[in-house]
Design a protein around this ligand. Sequence first.
Ligand SMILES: *[C@@H]1O[C@H](CO)[C@@H](O)[C@H](O)[C@H]1NC(C)=O
Ligand SMILES: *[C@@H]1O[C@H](CO)[C@@H](O)[C@H](O)[C@H]1NC(C)=O
Length: 471
Amino acid sequence: MGKAGKTLHMILLICSMLNSSLAKSSIYNVVEFGAKPDGISDSTKGLLGAWKKACGSMKPARIVVPQGHFLVARAVTFDGKSCVNKAISITIHGTLLAPSDYTLIGNALCWLNFYRVSGVSIHGGVLDARATSLWHCKISSKTNCPIGAASLGLRNSDNIVISGLTSLNSQMFHIIINGCEKVIMHGVKIIAPGNSPNTDGIHVEFSSHVTILKPRIRTGDDCISIGPGTSHLWIENVACGPGHGISIGSLGWDLREPGVKNVTVRKAVFLKTQNGFRIKSWGRPSSGFVKDVHFENATMNDVQNPIVIDQNYCPYHNHCPNQASGVEVSDVTYKEIHGTSATRVAVKFDCSSEHPCQRITLEDVKLTYKNHDPQAMCNHAHETALGIVQPQISCLKNEAVDVISKIYDFARLEDEVDFLTTQSEQERQKMKNIKLGDVFKSKEIILAFLVGAGLQVPETKGLTFDEVELI
Ligand SMILES: *[C@@H]1O[C@H](CO)[C@@H](O)[C@H](O)[C@H]1NC(C)=O
Ligand SMILES: *[C@@H]1O[C@H](CO)[C@@H](O)[C@H](O)[C@H]1NC(C)=O
């Protein structure tokens, strides 16, 4: 079969598979269970009725919400605990409306809550939480405003697909993913005004293998926020702004807290956001950590803090005055990040004094501020810069000290270098001003030591030997 023939064959095969699965799946239209597309009648019972039927069916099931506005006047939990069905798809053509009286759902965790479900997919649809009046209550700092509900919650669930969903004007976060495994989100749109309080777009925590592709997010808080216990998170092709950017944190509020690891964000465009990529932890003791994070290929347009690690977060100096964060940040790379900063300090690494950031790598980072070089601010960070990095980062040399002291330890072990064998503080201080060339006679010896100490050869890290010797 030729290539075209093969493709045609594949398409026919997929079509026939789709047909047979559609033919076999039962369809439950919420209108048949009492939902009304008039925007006034409460359709909660209709949704729950269709859910119950789908759950109880052994065959793949499709729940359909047709065109129109369906009021869901209270917080609803789609509980999967007693579902026998592991293949429920929900197709939403219309809009689900929250009650106009925000108090009716304002103290619930989530307005629409999927709990303990497995194998659920949601396609299309608009969730409109209509939260303007709650934000006004919050902004006017009245004390009796409820916290607000997240519009969509996925909790303690696995194998979830959400595609083409739109969330409008949530009370609190738009979408929460908590305690989940294997979630794929594709083409989700999130919209709320830039000044709406706490309306984070997508919040992920205590979850692994979550993939978020092509989200379009305009909101009043973080576009995507990543909480404790998140691992193997993949985010690609993001448009964010207005909003507070993509944020790992705030972490480290709790003394015992699971860490965040293996997070990749690729291809992101930020427009007039407060932050680009942010890692943030409370200035409090904690067992939390952040490691193996890759921020790649982003464009910053007029972003206030394009790259920021803030480990001294302590608003109003409450609950954490003068404490260092226990959260250890390590192995974070920033690669191919270009664009404009709205403030002079485009890169800020303000790490924990007790747990300095380790192995922060910047490669091909080029940011400008009003057509000039911006500045970098750097505290307690050990990092490496490769290729063009603009602004230049002042604590690059800390990495060099780190490398030198590793070589020093190695040398001491081998008893190669006499004058370095004392461990006095004075000698250690002297280390900081030492050039590699003073210690080792030739390039070859330096190379041997680096390789022997399990360190990367400078040339593979984009540094020349001359530069290393200058450090
Ligand atoms: C990191 O997460 C991705 C998914 O986002 C996964 O494919 C990859 O295997 C993970 N890497 C490690 C080392 O666990
Ligand atoms: C980064 O993005 C630019 C434009 O968006 C694209 O041309 C380039 O190939 C991307 N690089 C990588 C490594 O994906």
